[in-house]
Ligand binder design. Structure first.
Ligand code: ZN
Ligand code: ZN
Length: 676
């Protein structure tokens, strides 16, 4: 038994590997392989590391090398495909391999919980208890669905499909048929189905389990307990789990037999990781499919402009589902209510109030969508003009009436609502604007007999409470639902025939060039909640009412006529002129400091270091829109290029130089930022 040198990367911003000695302790103890996880001493701690090489010699004298403390022989080494995925993420997002690879492991592995790992491995060895019979009735496909399924299942190798289907057109059924085909044709293969949010998993999970009763199905999302996450992750990496349903983090799971990927609601901003390694899970899913030479399906009713562009240029294959799948389930009629004519009283137009009344009469559900929680976004003093600003952020504190507090939605700071104006002592404080709580209060006054339910982050903070609320809607125990974007996505409600959209206009004037695209997607999604099931005889027709001051705005006109393509081509022209994605590529350097001047100074220095480069545009450093959050001040520098390689080459040279700048700031680089 001879000792071996193993080269290990650790979760650290240092882009290098470290050599350790490995001395087999028992006769049957194998030498660690590349891709194996080990525990090694580092400084005063022991940490989990990933083996990236083995050899007989080291540049460091052998007597100075420390020994590997433990090798996870019970977990098979990662395959080359997964290592290459991590290498790609590290190079594209400019992080180290160790940061990427160790960071995506379940916490119990990172914390070296060997007993828990042994236990989890035993559990996944037990046969899966499934029922013998398919309990879900398999619906008939319509012509468009059938064509889509055929195109996907006929594909060998890498191909990206953009499944462009209106809400209710039966995209999920297309996914499930394609999954069934893939699992049948590849007896040990795995498929990954991604959804943007955890609260969309229970409904889909239920459907998948009843459709595939004998398959080993696992979840990967941040709502699992640590031991569930570990158990399911091990089931995936050992190839036992066949169907993986997860949120963005699932894109990094080491599935050695992955044969197909589905990304539902591919346009959703939740696919972008907003801290740590800021990756786009959708983009990585496409990269992974390309690497593995397998098909990938991106589904959406309102595709991102990036995917749309690829579909139109022929890089992606577009599959359209223009009709609602269920018989009689017509598209809801979309009507714009001009609030300069039909004046709002307590946030509601007479047209909307009348429409709600009609639904209550027939026992149908109305959904009111307002993407702002709390009672009012700010309170003010009528005498001196004092406003409820957060003293730690450049933002207002939101009035939450139920518990009589002001809360900052940026830093979480809470304070009791003042009885008198803190500046002048005036007792007449006024709530400005409206959030979901205020609409709920107004609705209760207008419709005292109605059963009213509010769904937002405040009303669903208790575990399980969102599911209870959704169940109440499914069972028809509700007349009026008031909700934020939480309610807009994916949920399939019956007997809901009216959607009212309140105060959507702010996004029309946002400085963020993606705001219009996002608003359109959100409104189409919430509009899609109406009339999901077949119209019953005598029922009200499905209707969407949008209250706006700007009914002639192209976005609303496109909504009304369902011409997403028309609106998109206008957006495309604007992006093209401005050189914005998908016609250009961006990276954002963000700096945080106690004092904005320090952050700005660092960015100015950074800009000088970058210098002038052919094909690269560097903006001036500017404070971020919400400059101060929790007493930290923030600024940003935008770098753009029409060429991805030019941008990447500049970042690769520049970022190591930034590490040497002595400045008391925290900085991060974001490639392909979603908002600038
Ligand atoms: Zn005052
Ligand atoms: Zn704050």
């Amino acid at each position: 038994m001879s000792q071996k040198i193993v080269r290990v990367v650790l979760e650290a911003p240092i882009d290098k590997s470290f050599d350790y000695l490995y001395q087999p302790t028992k006769v049957d103890d194998a030498i660690p392989e590349v891709g194996q996880l080990v525990v090694v001493p580092f400084g005063r701690r022991t940490v989990v590391g990933l083996v990236v090489g083995t050899g007989d010699s080291s540049d460091v004298p052998v007597e100075k090398l420390k020994a590997v403390a433990y090798c996870f022989h019970e977990i098979p080494p990662f395959d080359k495909a997964w290592m290459d995925l991590c290498r790609f993420v590290a190079s594209y997002y400019h992080r180290t391999l160790g940061e990427v690879a160790i960071n995506v492991l379940p916490k119990m592995i990172r914390q070296n919980k060997q007993k828990s790992i042994q236990k989890a491995l035993k559990v996944i060895d037990e046969p899966v208890k499934g029922s013998e019979q398919q309990s879900e009735e398999v619906p008939e496909l319509n012509e468009d669905q059938r064509r889509a399924v055929e195109a996907i299942t006929a594909t060998e190798g890498f191909s990206t499909f953009l499944l462009y289907g209106v809400t209710g057109s039966g995209k999920t059924e297309v996914y499930l048929r394609a999954v069934a085909d893939k699992l049948a044709s590849s007896p040990d293969g795995q498929v990954l189905l991604m959804v943007p949010e955890i609260n969309l998993t229970p409904q889909l999970e239920k459907r998948i389990r009843s459709r595939f009763p004998r398959e080993h199905i696992v979840l990967q999302h941040s709502g699992l307990t640590e031991s569930e996450r570990l158990r399911d992750w091990l089931a995936i990496m050992t190839g036992r789990a066949r169907i993986i349903l997860g949120t963005r983090l699932s894109v990094m799971t080491p599935a050695p037999k992955l044969r197909m990927i589905v990304v539902d609601e591919e346009h959703d901003p939740s696919y972008k990781q907003q801290e740590g390694v800021r990756y786009s899970a959708r983009d990585l899913a496409v990269w992974r499919a390309n690497y593995l030479k397998i098909p990938i399906v991106l589904g959406s009713a309102t595709p991102s402009l990036e995917s749309w562009h690829h579909a139109k240029s022929g890089r992606y294959r577009e599959l359209a589902l223009p009709e609602r799948a269920r018989e009689n389930a017509a598209h809801p009629e979309i009507t714009l209510i001009d609030t300069s004519k039909d004046k709002l009283v307590d946030g509601l137009s007479q047209t909307l109030v009348d429409a709600i009344e009609k639904r209550i009469e027939k026992g149908e559900i109305s959904l009111l969508f307002l993407n702002r929680r709390g009672f009012a976004p700010v309170i003010t003093c009528n005498a001196c003009g004092w406003m409820s600003t957060c003293h730690r952020c450049s933002a207002y504190m939101v009035f939450h009436k139920a518990n009589r507090i002001l809360r900052c939605h940026h830093c979480g700071l809470e304070r009791r609502i003042p009885k008198v104006c803190p500046d002048c002592g005036n007792v007449d404080l006024q709530a400005l604007g409206r959030g979901t709580q205020r609409i709920e209060e107004n609705i209760r006054l207008r419709f005292p007999q109605a059963r009213i339910l509010r769904i937002d982050a405040d009303s669903t903070s208790r575990k399980g409470s969102l599911q209870e609320a959704l169940d109440a809607i499914y069972h028809g125990d509700v007349d009026i639902v008031i909700g934020t974007q939480m309610i807009a996505k994916g949920h399939d409600f019956q007997n809901l025939t009216l959607v009212g959209v309140l105060e959507p206009d702010a996004a029309l004037f946002s400085h963020d060039f993606r705001a219009g695209e996002r608003l359109f997607a959100q409104l189409m999604q919430v509009a899609g909640r109406a009339g999901r099931d077949a119209v019953r005889p005598g029922a009200n027709p499905s209707q969407v009412l949008i209250q706006t001051r700007y009914p002639s705005h192209p976005l609303y006109q496109a909504m009304r006529t369902r011409r997403y393509d028309a609106y998109v081509s206008q957006l495309m022209d604007e992006r093209h002129m401005a050189g914005f994605p998908p016609f250009g590529f961006q990276a954002l350097l963000m700096a945080e400091a106690k004092d904005i001047s320090k952050a700005m100074m660092f960015l100015q220095q950074a800009k000088v270091l970058l210098g002038r480069r052919e094909g690269l545009t560097v903006s001036d450093a500017i404070p971020m829109t919400i400059m101060r959050v929790a007493d930290i001040e923030r600024a940003q520098l935008l770098i753009e290029s029409a060429s991805r390689p030019v941008l990447q080459a500049a970042l690769t040279e520049w970022i190591p130089q930034l590490r040497n700048v002595k400045a008391n700031v925290r900085w991060t680089i974001e490639v392909d930022p979603l908002s600038i």
